[in-house]
Design a protein around this ligand. Structure first.
Ligand SMILES: Cc1cc2nc3c(=O)[nH]c(=O)nc-3n(C[C@H](O)[C@H](O)[C@H](O)COP(=O)(O)OP(=O)(O)OC[C@H]3O[C@@H](n4cnc5c(N)ncnc54)[C@H](O)[C@@H]3O)c2cc1C
Length: 452
């Protein structure tokens, strides 16, 4: 039996961050990982997709080289070579995880961990048949792909998001079930390689959990690029016939494609975790400090079911480690930015006008297009705009949406301002470097101020 101050189950972004933070606070930390350190983020999610996105962006640059005064003969890209680069990128980051944990003095246990009580963990299967005891436990086992009722993925034709990284060739056609950020990102990558992409979304817009402006904008972009978008459409069944994906819509219409991606979202990974040994059936009852009803046990990252994003996982892990040291720093879901790495990129934070109204606030919005921003024009990235939302009563910034530019990089400025409840006027007087994409944020703020 090994004893620790803290044992963490799962070595993805949440588990890694918690382990590093606790080790830096001189705690004795054990981390149990069943598969590969880095979790979905490094191996199947954020990093592999962003490696492909980076390659596509480079390709797009080459295709437009003439616009920049450099006519070039661009060879046809080969998807498999992009996948090779993706593997190298993943390999580098994966190795770094191990080195960091090792240097920090975190004890790594290999195997499948199961709770056997509020302070006990059994490593059930793996290299390390061991029992651990801990004052505190952080559950960070992530999530698994959600199910589409009546559809069984086979990993070849009917894929989940977990199968995407194994794809080394681009299918001629692909149907995406679900119009969330993963389907939109992959749809836009595959379209660059000539794949006929159809996105089926049951709500009335793409990116249903984002500001409505984002979904409407990306739909127009997609349709311009030849992606097909079917909204307010539900799939009744999907099966494999003659080596193809056959989908029947609720309307009775049949669609056929080489492959189909089932992307209805993800669900917390709690199977065989032994929650019954601590009197729980799931991990949804976390408080703002990510603490479960059993007070020495925390659930952080996708397992908490709050947002299913890596930066939320990281923030939640820090919150939990702070809290167990007696330093309360609550996790603030409303200030979690959400990004979509399509072309153009999309990022959103805070309240939409609709959400603000439902909370009794008086939202005012103002937008500024990138086509009027010097840096964007110089870089040939004219599509998109920044929209800011403020509350007319308090004059504080309460949310922002960026479509285009370097949206995912830029959103941090609005995140800080909304989290700190910065008054619009103060934001206007922040000095922003020229020429940058961020000037669009400031110009939108000046337009907001004019309405206050
Ligand atoms: C295609 C795709 C693209 C994505 N892109 C982005 C993005 O751009 N930005 C973003 O913020 N998020 C993105 N995400 C989401 C992001 O990957 C997750 O939110 C993040 O990985 C969650 O981190 P986590 O630590 O909670 O869980 P995970 O990363 O899932 O890690 C959990 C770890 O726990 C281990 N484990 C599970 N059960 C046990 C057990 N019983 N014992 C021991 N070990 C166990 C697993 O092996 C795994 O390593 C994407 C996801 C997908 C699928």
């Amino acid at each position: 039996m090994k004893r620790y101050d803290l044992v963490i189950i799962g070595g993805g972004p949440a588990g890694y961050t918690a382990a590093m933070a606790a080790a830096q606070a001189n705690m004795r930390v054990g981390l149990v990982e069943n598969e590969r350190l880095g979790g979905v983020c490094i191996h199947k999610g954020c990093i592999p997709t962003k490696s492909l996105v980076a390659s596509c962006r480079f390709m797009r640059g080459l295709q437009h080289a003439e616009d920049f005064g450099m006519p070039l003969q661009v060879p046809d890209p080969v998807f498999a070579t992009l996948v090779n680069r993706q593997k190298r990128v993943v390999g580098k980051l994966w190795e770094q995880y191990r080195v960091d944990l090792d240097h920090a003095g975190v004890m790594l246990h290999r195997g499948f961990a199961q709770l056997t009580g509020p302070n006990q963990i059994k490593i059930a299967a793996g290299y390390d048949d061991d029992n651990l005891e801990a004052d505190h436990i952080i559950l960070a086992t992530g999530s698994v792909p959600g199910e589409v009722p009546g559809v069984k993925p086979d990993g070849k034709i009917l894929l989940t998001t977990d199968h995407l990284v194994q794809m080394t060739t681009v299918p001629k056609s692909m149907i995406m079930l679900g119009g969330g950020y993963v389907a939109c990102t992959y749809g836009s990558i595959l379209r660059m390689f000539g794949c006929e992409v159809t996105i089926i979304e049951k709500s009335d817009r793409l990116l249903p959990s984002y500001d409505p402006e984002a979904g409407q904008f990306i739909q127009k972009q997609f349709e311009r690029k030849g992606l097909k978008v079917l909204l307010s459409t539900t799939v009744a069944s999907a099966s494999v016939e003659n080596n193809q994906a056959c989908l029947t819509l609720d309307s009775g219409e049949k669609l056929i494609s080489e492959r189909a991606l089932l992307a209805p979202g993800r669900v917390p990974n709690i199977s065989n975790l032994g929650l019954e040994s601590i009197g729980l059936s799931d991990t949804s009852a976390v408080n703002e400090f990510m603490q479960l009803p059993v007070e020495n046990i925390y659930a952080t990252g996708d397992i908490s079911g709050i947002s299913m994003l890596a930066h939320s996982a990281i923030a939640q892990a820090r919150t939990a480690v702070y809290h167990l040291q007696g330093r309360p720093a609550p996790y603030r879901h409303e200030f979690t930015p959400k990004c979509v790495y399509t072309s153009p990129e999309i990022a959103h934070v805070g309240l939409t006008a609709e959400e603000a109204r439902s909370r009794g606030l008086q939202p005012l919005t103002a937008s500024f297009p990138f086509s009027a921003v010097g840096r964007a024009v110089a870089m040939g990235e004219l599509d998109g705009l920044v929209t800011l939302t403020a509350d007319a009563k308090s004059h504080q910034l309460i949310g922002g949406l960026i479509i285009g530019g370097q949206a995912a990089e830029m959103i941090s400025l609005i995140t800080l301002a909304t989290q700190r409840r910065v008054p619009v006027e103060e934001f206007c007087h922040t000095i922003i470097p020229h020429p940058t994409f961020c000037e669009a944020i400031q110009e939108a703020a000046w337009k907001l101020k004019a309405q206050l």
